[in-house]
Ligand binder design. Structure first.
Ligand code: HKS
Ligand code: ZN
Ligand code: ZN
Length: 309
């Protein structure tokens, strides 16, 4: 099973268009080795020809151009992207659906009921796409595994997580189960398993178990500290208030470094959905060194992860 990291950044990417923080300024200038990052999304395939997109970023078209291998070219109008699975309804994870409107058949879209509801009302991408290719909605339920037609031998298990519905959602302040999911992706034939959670606020026992069962874990790398945006004067909210667990411990709770330390040393651990403010993006920073000392990788656009049992 192969995973391609199409985008490794959080919403806004790196550099973020309106940001002049140290990371964005240096990424813009092309100095100091800070690589630009598009907004988070991965593509997964078993056979290298049929791909499922997990989250559809606003940068989708640029990401597809950067990955010609996602284009098998089997007919005059064709794409390797068979279906899209959504982890939530955040703008940085769903806006790319609009970029798929030229499809010649309805887009198979796998998402929870609350996410499909948000995309049918508050941010009505689904009815809107009805005027173009149309959407074939497949409601998914946390805890219930599903398959996707042409991707034989692959199974997907949504796991409910505590995070946050998007700011525009009617359940922003009244969360419901299924607003956010993590995804366990497996190849039934080989036993290869990957865990993907670009937004994670708290690791429940179910989440820890799912991460422990995977050979590759891609997890929320948004913030280095819980107060990162506050400390920079960029927000009044903590990471946890925005649905993101930081790498460092906070509020008497372990951070993602400690969480990943609890996994077997053979597990490949990767931080993804990294915000432009996060010091780990600077290869010369202490934060970067600390993460690497813990055997944790920092996702980059174009990164390929071969998942093997
Ligand atoms: C910046 C943004 C920070 C950022 C925050 C979040 C906030 C919002 C919410 C996020 C993301 C990027 N790039 N989506 O100003 O530096 O309140 O739910 O998900 O991708 S969380
Ligand atoms: Zn985000
Ligand atoms: Zn910045």
């Amino acid at each position: 099973m192969l995973i391609k990291v199409l985008g490794s950044g959080a919403g806004g990417g790196l550099p973020q268009w309106n940001c002049n923080c140290a990371n964005c300024s240096r990424a813009r200038a092309g100095t100091d080795g800070l690589k630009p990052r598009t907004q988070s999304s991965i593509a997964v395939s078993q056979n290298g020809e049929d791909w499922v997109l997990v989250n559809a970023s606003p940068d989708l078209l640029a990401q597809l151009r950067a990955h010609p291998d996602l284009q098998p070219g089997r007919s005059l109008r064709d794409s390797g992207i068979t279906a899209v699975i959504l982890c939530d309804a955040q703008i940085d994870h769903v806006t790319g659906l609009l970029m798929l409107r030229e499809r010649t058949s309805p887009l198979p879209l796998y998402a929870t009921r609350p996410v499909l509801d948000d995309l049918s009302s508050a941010f009505p991408l689904i009815p809107l796409l009805g005027h173009y290719c149309g959407v074939e909605p497949h409601p998914i339920t946390p805890g219930e595994s599903f398959g996707i037609e042409p991707l034989t031998g692959m199974r997907f298990t949504p796991i409910a997580i505590e995070s946050a519905a998007p700011p525009y959602s009617p359940h922003r302040n009244a969360p419901v189960a299924g607003d956010n999911i993590a995804l366990l992706i497996e190849s039934v034939a080989t036993g290869a398993r990957a865990f993907y959670a670009p937004g994670l606020m708290h690791a429940s026992d179910t989440i820890v178990t799912a991460m422990g069962a995977a050979q590759v874990v891609l997890v929320d790398g948004t913030f280095w500290t819980d107060t990162e945006m506050i400390d920079l004067g960029l927000s009044r909210k903590r990471g946890t208030e925005m649905g993101h667990l930081a790498q460092c411990p906070a509020n008497d709770r372990p951070g993602t470094i400690a969480l990943l330390d609890g996994l077997p040393s053979t597990t490949r651990k990767v931080l993804i959905h990294i915000n432009n403010t996060n010091p780990i993006l600077d290869p010369a920073s202490d934060a970067h060194a600390i993460v690497r000392e813990h055997g944790i990788e920092i996702a980059e656009d174009g990164m390929e992860l071969q998942v093997q049992p």
